[in-house]
Design a protein around this ligand. Structure first.
Ligand SMILES: [Zn+2]
Length: 124
């Protein structure tokens, strides 16, 4: 399972509309509007690399508001920061960590141990 950040550029004056559409997608964990070279950043995780690629190709790029999208994949074995350093459950060593989208906690699918709490809203 991989975490990726997708940097998106949209058509002029479509930033808010784009964010509203993207944040409703079940694959999306977090999204934020940006200043600068890109208009929007989208975080996707708990998917395989090819699933993320397909998501960007079939869902993101096909939105009318999207002009371009650039995907950054985090290296699985070197994920410091972003609170993703812990990939195994410290309690039962399971690697099946899931993200609870309602409260943003990452927890173990087997024993329910909360591995990490959500980062602050704007800490991306
Ligand atoms: Zn566990």
């Amino acid at each position: 399972m991989t975490t990726a950040f997708v940097l998106v550029n949209c058509e002029p004056n479509n930033q808010e509309k784009l964010i509203n559409r993207i944040e409703k997608m079940p694959e999306v964990k977090e999204t934020s509007a940006l200043f600068g070279a890109y208009d929007c950043i989208v975080k996707v995780d708990n998917l395989k690399r090819n699933q993320i690629r397909e998501f960007v190709r079939e869902r993101i790029r096909k939105l009318n508001e999207v002009r371009s999208a650039f995907t950054l994949y985090l290296k699985d074995d070197f994920v410091s920061g972003f609170n993703y350093r812990t990939r195994k459950c410290p309690k039962c060593k399971s690697e099946n960590l899931i993200l609870d989208k309602t409260n943003g906690e990452k927890l173990c699918e087997y024993c329910g141990f909360v591995v990490s709490e959500r980062l602050r809203e704007n800490a991306l």
